[in-house]
Design a protein around this ligand. Sequence first.
Ligand SMILES: O=C(O)CCCC[C@@H]1SC[C@@H]2NC(=O)N[C@@H]21
Length: 247
Amino acid sequence: MTNSDRILIKLDTTDSTNNYAMQLVNDDKAHHGLTITARSQYGGKGQRGRKWADTPNKSLLMSIVLTPRLPISAQFVFSASVATAVANILQNLLRDKTVRVKWPNDIIVNDKKAGGILIENALRGNMWTHSIVGLGLNVLQSQFPQELPYATSLKIATGEDLDIDDIRDEVRSALLALSGRPVSIPAIMEAYNAILYKRGEQQLFGKGEETWQATVIQAHDDGTLEVRTEDNRVAFYTHGDVRWIYE
Ligand SMILES: O=C(O)CCCC[C@@H]1SC[C@@H]2NC(=O)N[C@@H]21
């Protein structure tokens, strides 16, 4: 680890740690490993243009700037390696609880969503220069509003008040370690599919108003999710086209 890897900017509040990091990247002031955390965000961003709301001081909100060593065509593989690393840290920490990754990269603890990952890429021409990996993890919340029946926190799952900064440091080291390792796309996909949420089980999917059941088979390195439909056809879903509905 170099000195620049260690730079950690701790904010009280910001619109979005991803935006803050992206601004530094655009200003040429960011480097591999630079990490931004905040105790709360007033414009937290989720996947697919959704908002990410937090309870101040109760969530891990972090963005880490990484320089992926993969072609831009391997964006999903990069995202899968990040989600797997985060989930494995939580699995070690939560011992007997079940931690899974719901395609593409929701962090599921005991069948509910405890966190999510938003990766935003900085490109120069067609070169993938940086990725901003944003992680939001519910740590200390004791409850969630009724309109979020599928949300959970590490506290709800374990009954314990875990230390947000300790988790941040573990996640950070694991993500920095990813870039130091030789990249094996099959190994990354195998590790991801090993903890894929509801693998082998029927799930509800949707597109527009239409919903249907299909069995989750596996994710592929192009980011598609392979499923078997009720009439026994194999289909490949693309995130953003088909959505996976929480039940
Ligand atoms: O599940 C999702 O939709 C992804 C949520 C990602 C939220 C994190 S919180 C830290 C970083 N800053 C943001 O604005 N978003 C990510």
